[in-house]
Design a protein around this ligand. Structure first.
Ligand code: NAP
Length: 269
């Protein structure tokens, strides 16, 4: 039996370097008195995710946005979320034992989707992207707190969180938003701005207590593609999508308050 407060989940992908890191980390944590369950334990005190940002995103979704804080060990990917390098495992364990870290909230994005017959709720860590299927131009009416903003025409719209601002949002010209800011960013994907259609060309950052409502205008088919943290979901007959920052957050350990700025420089410049 595991003692209730000394359990750590280690979540790892099957890359050779991740498996090697898992074995070493598990051995070292057991030596320090922790229990490492074979399968995900809901009463663990920490989730250590080995891999890249993609592995972290998949773990958050697989374990349904748990309250257990995450920390990541980066094994050869971009690893923007993943703070520890495999060679620094010993230092991490010492600092974890000494409680030498802060726990940071990660704000999420929530969407309530209404279709002709149904309703769904989606949660994302990085973003929710609205696209047309079959590469068609999408036409979307955008409202902020019920105020009509624009009729968007183009490839789609990204609604990103601060944590996701360095992901897809950044590649499409959106701004980087510091993770402690409770905001959402609306970023256009190839917006058309012509005599036929006029869409905002830049992103807008809105406070997290605001509702962004998007209503599709269908021309060729009645399907919209939604991409949540890289996972595609196709819905028919969507009438309305409402986005906001939910009260629910996830959390991560931060061992170095300057890491964000060092990461920006080393990973993007
Ligand atoms: P993926 O292959 O898992 O990720 C694509 C790249 O984005 C990887 O290098 C990943 O880092 C990096 N990444 C993920 N989240 C990030 C963040 N918050 N800040 C900085 N970089 C981040 O792709 P996927 O499965 O399709 O989607 C996962 C995420 O990738 C999405 O949520 C989206 O933000 C991003 N994405 C980016 C583009 C683009 O830039 N054009 C297109 C699609 C998706 P690792 O190498 O460490 O995994």
């Amino acid at each position: 039996m595991f003692s209730e407060n000394r359990i750590i989940n280690i979540i790892y992908n099957h890359d050779e370097s991740s498996v090697k890191t898992y074995k070493l980390l598990k051995k070292k944590l057991i030596e320090r008195g922790f229990s490492i369950p074979e399968t995900y334990h809901e009463k663990a005190e920490l989730n250590i995710c080995i891999g890249g940002d993609g592995a972290f995103l998949r773990a958050v979704h697989r374990y349904k946005f748990p309250d257990i804080p995450f920390i990541g060990i980066n094994t050869g990917h971009l690893g923007f979320f993943q703070e520890i390098l495999p060679e620094n495992i010993d230092d991490f364990i010492e600092r974890y034992m000494d409680k030498d870290y802060v726990i940071e909230k990660i704000f999420l994005v929530e969407s309530n989707i209404l279709t002709i017959n149904n309703s769904f709720k989606l949660l994302g860590v990085n973003e929710i992207v609205i696209k047309g299927i079959k590469s068609k131009v999408v036409h979307l009416e955008v409202f902020i707190n019920n105020n009509h903003l624009e009729k968007f025409s183009g490839d789609g719209i990204i609604i990103s969180t601060p944590a996701g601002s360095t992901g897809y949002n950044f590649s499409t010209g959106g701004s980087i938003v510091y993770p402690s800011l409770n905001t959402l960013q609306i970023t256009p994907l190839s917006p058309i701005s012509s005599r036929a259609y006029r869409s905002l060309l830049n992103s807008i950052i809105v406070p997290g207590d605001i509702f962004i409502t998007i209503k599709p205008e269908y021309r060729y088919e009645n399907s919209i593609l939604l991409v949540v943290d890289g996972m595609e979901l196709k819905y028919d007959g969507i009438t309305e999508m409402k986005f906001t920052v939910p009260k629910k957050t996830i959390s991560r350990l931060n061992l170095d308050k300057n890491m964000y700025w060092n990461n920006l420089k080393s990973k993007f410049l």
